[in-house]
Design a protein around this ligand. Structure first.
Ligand SMILES: Nc1nc2c(ncn2[C@@H]2O[C@H](COP(=O)(O)OP(=O)(O)OP(=O)(O)O)[C@@H](O)[C@H]2O)c(=O)[nH]1
Ligand SMILES: [Mg+2]
Length: 311
């Protein structure tokens, strides 16, 4: 298959490749500006997190591979050591934030509606809402003026201003003195929308990317969806309790992961049996101590720009 259709390029780029006589220059400009806008906000987010000393973990996987189940299991245990909260992206409902709240984790749901991934602006507006609604347990009340009701605070419902009514402000200035309620928060977990492709290419300003793959999805996924695995700082293979019932080849999976990523630690775990959970929490602590801020998405953007065919 033509490399242009390999599945890792944003939709607009693929469309331009499918229609060689279309105004390619124009399509490329739109895509570049979408990415640039996101990168600009991601940079602001990262600066905000860095100033606060917050570590941000962006958890990505396909739908149903066990992101929420895993977070609901380990975050309550980590909260004693690191004040934390969570932001969860789904197209609709606040079900996942409700699950985390029930587990005792301060959480806020973002509904992306038609979008298949979170972006830096949505995350910025969610942080403003955390302040406004006191989701993290503080006094709250400091709204950065994000305008529309972004997503649904857990249990509260609400419309996404940007997507449904355009009421939300386009960007939120994370450089202001607000976010009183995020004071003291050390770790922020972002559960991205279930999708192996798009979340991998949208920088949220996170410190670390966590790629999750469940054993029921197949050993070949790192080869078919490389970007997520290439850029991951930590790779989690979930639902290991199901291995006795599957023809799953651990060695093959490992080999396929290492084709894409030679360095990231890989942990098999299960929320049912408890396997790997202590190791996983240890790996999070190690990332925390490593004290690096990821800028790998910039590299991805540059790669894509370089390979674009000009008319
Ligand atoms: N056997 C087994 N089932 C699991 C495990 N982790 C999650 N599940 C089940 O997998 C299903 C999906 O889990 P979720 O946590 O909702 O998955 P998710 O990745 O958050 O899904 P989305 O938010 O829709 O992308 C649920 O029925 C869980 O009970 C596990 O370790 N072992
Ligand atoms: Mg979930």
């Amino acid at each position: 298959m033509d490399k242009k259709f390999s599945g890792n390029k944003p939709l607009l780029f693929q469309l331009s490749a499918m229609a060689p006589h279309a105004p390619v220059q124009r399509v490329i400009s739109v895509e570049e500006s979408i990415f640039q806008k996101n990168q600009d906000q991601a940079k602001k987010n990262r600066e905000f997190f860095d100033r606060r000393g917050m570590k941000v973990f962006n958890v990505m996987s396909s739908p149903g591979s066990g992101k929420t189940a895993l977070l609901a299991k380990i975050l309550p245990r980590l909260m004693g050591r690191h004040p934390l909260c969570a932001v969860i992206g789904d197209q609709e409902t606040s079900l996942d934030a409700d699950r985390l709240q029930k587990a005792g984790v301060p959480s806020l749901q973002i509904n992306t509606h038609s979008a298949c991934h979170l972006d830096a602006d949505r995350v910025a507006r969610a942080l403003a809402k955390i302040d406004a609604r006191g989701v993290c347990g503080g006094a709250g009340g400091t709204d950065l003026g994000g305008g529309g009701a972004d997503g649904a605070a857990s249990g509260g419902g609400g419309a996404d201003g940007a997507a449904s009514g355009g009421r939300a402000r386009e960007t939120t200035d994370l450089g202001s003195a607000a976010h009183a309620d995020l004071q003291g928060i050390e770790w922020l977990f972002i559960e991205n929308v279930g999708n192996l492709v798009c979340p991998a290419v949208f920088d949220l300003g996170e410190s670390f990317k966590i790629a999750l793959l469940s054993v029921t999805e197949g050993e070949e996924k790192p080869l078919k969806y490389p970007v997520l695995f290439q850029d991951a700082d930590l790779i989690v293979i979930s639902k290991s309790d199901l291995l006795p019932y599957l023809d799953f080849d651990r060695q093959l999976l490992l080999k396929n992961v290492r084709v894409q990523n030679k360095k990231a630690p890989l942990v098999f775990c299960s929320v049912k049996s408890g396997e790997g959970l202590d190791e996983l929490m240890g790996q999070l602590e190690d990332l925390n101590s490593a004290n690096i801020s990821t800028t790998k998405n910039h590299a991805f953007l540059e790669r894509e720009t370089l390979t674009m065919e000009k008319p």
